[in-house]
Design a protein around this ligand. Structure first.
Ligand SMILES: [Zn+2]
Length: 638
C-alpha cells in the first residue's frame, strides 16, 4: 500500500494522544522502577531488564544494546516497518484524524517550518532588546520597580529575562525591520507590531511596559506578558495568539519549574506572573501559572506529565474573583478529578492575599507558606467549605441550601471510600454538634445520595481510586528499595533503619526484599557486624549470589545506584522517615478498608453504636494516612 504524505499536525496529535508506556507494554512486560519503567529488552537477548521507558520524556532506552527512541521508532524497529505505516496504525488506533499533504502543500509546509524558526529568532532578539533597554536610563523606573516594589534580586530578573519596552510608537519596529531587516510580515505575525488603522505603517504592540517573556517547555520565548507602570489601560497586556503562542496550552514558568515539579512530585498553580516569580525567588521552584485564561484540561495534562503522584495545588487569590477562578478551574478539569487522575488541593492564603503579597508580608512567610501547602484542604473539603460561607445552619432556608449543595457534591463521587467518608463528614456538619441527630443525618444523606445503598459493592469495584494518591504498589516498592539501598550504601543510617522497622513492627512486602533483609540480619548477627566501617556486609552479600542465584538476581539492582537513587540516598536523613511512612501507610490503609466495611454492615442493621465505633476508627485511620502522606511529602523536598 502506498503511504500518503502525512501532515505534521497528524504526527503532533498522535504524539499528544499516545502514551509510550501503553504502546511498549503490549510487547514488553514493564515494571515501575522509580519514575521510569523497565523490562526485558525486545531487541537483544537478556535475562535481567536493562530496557527502560520514561513516561515523562516519552522515550525508551536499553542500557544493554543501546537501542532507544520514541514511540514511533520503537514500533518501526520492532516490526521493521516504515514511519508512515506506524503513524497510520497509531492514528487509526487512537482515532486521530489523518491529514495528508500534496506536493505543493509539502512545499508550503517547509516554508511554514522555516517561518517558525524565524519567528523564534525574532522573539529571542526582541527579548534581548527589552532586557537591554531595562538597564538603560529609559528603563530605570522599571528596574527600580522590580528591585524595590517587587523585591526581586538581579539573578531572578535575569533568570526570567524581564525587560522593558521603551516609549515611542516605532522603537521596536525600527529595530527589527529597519535595522535587523526581519520581514515585516513575520514581525507582525510574532505579535510585536500592529498595522495602523488610518494610514500606512505599523506601531509597536508594547510601549512603555515592563516585559515578561513567556517560554515554551524548551525555554524558547513564544510571547510576552506585560504590565504598565503608568496609568495606561489595560494594566496587563499579553501577546495575541500567534502561530507559536497558544494561551490555552501554555503554562507560564513550566520550563523553569518542570525539573522541580518532578523532584518534589508536586506542582503549585498560581494566578499571576509575579506570583510565579516571587515563589521561585523564595525557593518554591515548582510553581507555574495559567495565562490569564481559566486553567484548562490541556494545561493540567501538560503539568501531570511531570508529577508521578499527580499532586496539584491551586493557589489562586482568596478574594471573590480568585474563588470563582478556582471553581471554574475545578469545573474545567472535573472529569480528571473525579476519575482520580489528579490529586487536587486548594490553598487559600489568609486575609485574601495572593502568593506574591503573602511571601513579602513577613520574615517567616516562607516557612508559613510551606506549612499552608502541607495543610491545604483537598478540593472536595474546599468545596464543602465554600457551601458554608455566610450560611447559618440554624436558619431553615440556609440549612436546606447547604444540604442540597452537599447532595449535589456527594452525587458526583465515584469512589465508595470517599462517599462513606464524606457522608459522615457532611452529616456531622448538618447535625451541628448534636450527636443524637448524627445517625439521622447520615441516613438522610445515604438515601438521597444516588447509589450510596451499595457503598460496599461500589467500593470493591473501584477501589479507592481518588484517595489512593499514589499507586500504593509502586510507592511501597519504591520505598522498600530506597530503605534497602540506604542500608546497603550508607553505614551511618543502618541503626536508625533497624530501629524504625522494629519500633513500628513493619516488614518488607516484596518477597525478594524480605529475603535480602533476612540475609542482612543473618550475616550481621553471625559475624557481629554491629559497626561495619569497611562495609563488609556489602561484599558478603555479593558472595551469597552463588548459593541463591534466583533471589539475588532480583535484588541485584539495589547494589548499583542509578543517578536518581544516588540523589535520594544523598538526602538519606530525610528519605528514611518518608520511606518508613510510606510502608506504614499501606498497613493503615488495609485497616481503614476493614473499618469501612464494618461501618456499613452495622449501619444496615441499625446498630448505630457499633457503626459509629467503626466510623470513628475509619476516620482515625484516614487521619493517620493523611499524616503519613504529609510526612512523605514534607520530608521529601527537592
Ligand atoms: Zn537491548
Amino acid at each position: 500500500m502506498e503511504i500518503p504524505r502525512l501532515h505534521p499536525d497528524t504526527i503532533e496529535a498522535i504524539k499528544e494522544r499516545v502514551d509510550i508506556v501503553d504502546v511498549i507494554s503490549e510487547y514488553v512486560v514493564l515494571k515501575k522502577k522509580g519514575k521510569d519503567y523497565s523490562g526485558l529488552c525486545p531487541f537483544h537477548d537478556e535475562k535481567s531488564p536493562s530496557f527502560s521507558v520514561s513516561p515523562t520524556k516519552q522515550v525508551y532506552y536499553c542500557f544493554g544494546c543501546g537501542q532507544g527512541g520514541n514511540t514511533f521508532k520503537f514500533l518501526m524497529e520492532l516490526g521493521k516497518r516504515s514511519f508512515g505505516d506506524v503513524v497510520l496504525e497509531l492514528a487509526n488506533r487512537y482515532q486521530v484524524p489523518i491529514k495528508t499533504l500534496e506536493p505543493e502543500q509539502k512545499k508550503e509546509l517547509q516554508r511554514q517550518l522555516s517561518q517558525r524558526e524565524q519567528l523564534y529568532e525574532i522573539l529571542a532578539v526582541t527579548t534581548a532588546f527589552y532586557q537591554h533597554v531595562l538597564y538603560q536610563p529609559q528603563g530605570e523606573k522599571t528596574l527600580k520597580y522590580l528591585k524595590e516594589k517587587r523585591g526581586l534580586k538581579p539573578e531572578i530578573i535575569q533568570q526570567f529575562q524581564l525587560g522593558y519596552s521603551p516609549e515611542g510608537w516605532e522603537t521596536l519596529y525600527r529595530y527589527l525591520v529597519e535595522q535587523k531587516h526581519y520581514p515585516l510580515a513575520l514581525v507582525e505575525q510574532a505579535g510585536l507590531i500592529k498595522a495602523r488603522k488610518t494610514n500606512n505603517g505599523y506601531y509597536d504592540q508594547f510601549r512603555d511596559r515592563l516585559m515578561i517573556p513567556i517560554q515554551d517547555i524548551q525555554g524558547r520565548v513564544i510571547g510576552f506578558g506585560s504590565r504598565t507602570l503608568g496609568t495606561d489601560e489595560p494594566k496587563y497586556l499579553n501577546s495575541p495568539e500567534t502561530p507559536l503562542f497558544d494561551k490555552g496550552k501554555t503554562l507560564f514558568g513550566l520550563d523553569k519549574a518542570k525539573n522541580s515539579i518532578q523532584k518534589q512530585d508536586q506542582a503549585i498553580v498560581v494566578e499571576g506572573y509575579f506570583d510565579v516569580i516571587t515563589l521561585h525567588a523564595a525557593g518554591f521552584t515548582h510553581a507555574i501559572a495559567a495565562l490569564g485564561t481559566a486553567f484548562s484540561k490541556e494545561q493540567l495534562k501538560l503539568l501531570l506529565r511531570y508529577t508521578d503522584s499527580k499532586q496539584v495545588i491551586f493557589n489562586f487569590d482568596a478574594d471573590k474573583a480568585g474563588t470563582k477562578a478556582t471553581q471554574r478551574a475545578i469545573g474545567e478539569i472535573e472529569p480528571l478529578i473525579y476519575s482520580g487522575q489528579v490529586n487536587l488541593r486548594v490553598l487559600n492564603l489568609p486575609e485574601g492575599k495572593d502568593a506574591d503579597e503573602f511571601l513579602k508580608s513577613s520574615s517567616e512567610s516562607i516557612q508559613q507558606y510551606q506549612a499552608l501547602i502541607n495543610n491545604s484542604p483537598l478540593w472536595f473539603d474546599w468545596q464543602i467549605q465554600q457551601l458554608l460561607v455566610n450560611k447559618n445552619l440554624k436558619q431553615a432556608d440556609h440549612f436546606e441550601q447547604v444540604g442540597k449543595g452537599m447532595i449535589q457534591l456527594l452525587n458526583q463521587l465515584e469512589d465508595s471510600n470517599q462517599l462513606a467518608y464524606y457522608i459522615q463528614y457532611c452529616a456531622e456538619i448538618l447535625s451541628q454538634g448534636d450527636t443524637r441527630l448524627l445517625p439521622i443525618q447520615v441516613n438522610n444523606l445515604l438515601t438521597q445520595a444516588k447509589g450510596s445503598s451499595d457503598v460496599i459493592t461500589r467500593g470493591q469495584k473501584n477501589k479507592a481510586r481518588i484517595f489512593s494518591q499514589f499507586n500504593p504498589d509502586s510507592l511501597l516498592v519504591k520505598s522498600e528499595v530506597l530503605l534497602l539501598q540506604i542500608y546497603l550504601h550508607c553505614l551511618e543510617y543502618r541503626q536508625e533503619i533497624i530501629q524504625q522497622l522494629e519500633e513500628k513492627n513493619l516488614m518488607f512486602s516484596q518477597s525478594h526484599h524480605r529475603f535480602l533483609w533476612h540475609k542482612i540480619l543473618e550475616i550481621q548477627d553471625s559475624l557481629d557486624l554491629g559497626r561495619d566501617p569497611e562495609n563488609r556486609l556489602f561484599s558478603l552479600l555479593q558472595d551469597i549470589y552463588l548459593e541463591y542465584p534466583e533471589q539475588m538476581k532480583q535484588v541485584q539492582c539495589l547494589f548499583f545506584l542509578s543517578e536518581n537513587a544516588n540523589e535520594d540516598i544523598f538526602r538519606a536523613s530525610m528519605s528514611i522517615p518518608s520511606a518508613i511512612a510510606a510502608i506504614e501507610k499501606i498497613s493503615v490503609e488495609q485497616y481503614s478498608q476493614y473499618c469501612l466495611v464494618k461501618w456499613e454492615e452495622f449501619l444496615k442493621i441499625n446498630d448505630f453504636e457499633r457503626s459509629q465505633y467503626y466510623y470513628q476508627e475509619f476516620l482515625k485511620s484516614k487521619q493517620e494516612i493523611e499524616t503519613l502522606n504529609q510526612q512523605r511529602i514534607g520530608q521529601n523536598p527537592g
